[in-house]
Design a protein around this ligand. Structure first.
Ligand code: SF4
Length: 408
């Protein structure tokens, strides 16, 4: 189902491609290209006819989608191609469909989830304009799952207003910028809540659809940051979580869109996923984080690629990321993001002195970790048992297992 998509994206009859609205006159329209369009670019990693057939099977299981703007970047960069084009290697995998559970399904209202004690997650739109092959949410992002209705947004906001310890809302997806009108409706309602001060919107549209960041849209996003000069405890802000993995993604159109936001006082925090053959070396990571900083974006998270199905070929070991991270720690602290990996029960921060604790099980290389979260708190918030491969320690904390990646 592509319910909200139709509000913004025309669907030419009988074709799988969709025109994305670009407001600048005379500009070539940025369109979505689905794998079903059989565009040749999707077969880039097929070396033979049999591999083309495997890629067809891969795309049936994990759909492929890009935008024409992204395609223009891919034509110049192998590092962007690897993130979006299906590989025959995806057909065999040890990954799981839902590697990250956190507090999922903790509300009966579709699209509302309680993550931790102090923040909730709202998903107004479950789809994305382009599908990253390593997406840990691929079981729902690529499945045409319907977005929240306006009634569900109202219901969610009313529930969040009753949650005493919650002070932040993370608006995520899919990509909430797929439907700015619905996003603004949600933000308007959330801003009315007396208990919510911190709003974060996660989007990769700055890379996939930079043209949608018009002056009008950016002004509207900036309007949700409302400082209170007389009582800073009452200040509210909206920040945007962006997602860049390689310096090649920082094209002029992308930087211009980012600048439209930062020049209006919106904080951009970047989350990078560590990806094999893309950014798993010190030079690339250092260059990326330096360029982000130079363009007013904060290197925020450096995420180890989760063990989601179909992404094994893009996963390094956690130790490889740690080795890169140690090098970064010798630089100015402004370019050091938080390096994390995430067992199903929650994120684990890795420091330069971290020693990883391994265990072998059923041929898997697992990292065993005692987490910072108490099992009792998890069940109170998530209202469900601990995820598989997690147990409770004698002192009541969650102990999780994380499937490590492989280095070549
Ligand atoms: S932008 Fe995020 S949610 Fe969308 S496909 Fe990529 S990783 Fe998944």
């Amino acid at each position: 189902m592509r319910d909200e998509l139709h509000n913004e994206i025309d669907t030419p009859a009988g074709k799988g491609s969709h025109s994305v609205t670009a407001k600048k006159t005379g500009e070539q329209r940025n369109r979505i290209i689905d794998g079903t369009d059989k565009d040749e670019i999707f077969y880039h990693y097929a070396k033979s006819e049999s591999e083309r057939a495997i890629i067809d099977r891969v795309m049936e299981k994990y759909p492929a989608r890009i935008t024409t703007f992204l395609k223009s970047l891919m034509e110049k960069s192998e590092f962007i191609r690897k993130q979006y084009l299906p590989s025959p290697k995806e057909i065999e995998t040890i990954g799981t469909p839902t590697p990250f559970e956190e507090g999922k399904h903790s509300s009966k209202t579709h699209g509302l989830e309680r993550l931790y004690r102090d923040r909730v997650l709202m998903t107004p739109h479950f789809d994305c304009p382009a599908y990253c092959r390593f997406c840990y949410k691929k079981s729902r992002v690529m499945r045409g799952k319907r977005g929240m209705t306006f009634e569900e947004i109202d219901q969610s906001v009313s529930e969040v207003g009753q949650m005493d310890s919650v002070r932040g809302v993370l608006v995520t997806g899919g990509d909430p910028m797929m439907n700015p009108e619905k996003l603004f409706y949600l933000l308007d309602r959330v801003m009315e809540l007396n208990n919510i001060f911190e709003i974060r919107v996660g989007t990769r549209c700055l890379l996939t659809r930079p043209e949608i960041f018009t002056d009008e849209i950016c002004d509207r996003l900036a309007s949700y940051t409302r400082p209170c000069f007389t009582n800073p405890a009452k200040s509210k802000y909206l920040a945007i979580n962006v997602h860049f993995n390689h310096p090649d993604e920082l094209a002029p159109e992308v930087i211009e869109a980012c600048h439209k936001l930062t020049s209006r006082g919106i904080t951009l925090r970047n989350q990078t996923v560590l990806l094999k053959g893309i950014n798993d070396n010190v030079d690339t990571a250092k260059t990326l984080f330096s360029l982000l900083l130079r363009n007013n974006m904060i290197p925020y998270y450096f995420n180890h690629c989760m063990p989601v199905e179909g992404a094994d070929h893009l996963r390094t070991t956690v130790q490889k990321g740690l080795d890169i991270y140690k090098h970064l720690c010798t630089e100015s602290s402004t370019i050091i993001p938080n390096y994390v990996y995430a067992p199903s029960g929650g994120k684990v921060h890795v420091g330069p002195d971290t020693v990883l604790n391994y265990e072998k099980q059923n041929g898997y290389n697992l990292i065993k970790i005692k987490m910072l979260y108490k099992a009792e708190e998890f069940s109170q918030i998530a209202k469900k048992p601990l995820p598989p491969m997690h147990e409770v320690t004698e002192d009541g904390y969650i102990q999780g297992m994380y499937i490590d990646g492989q280095d070549d």
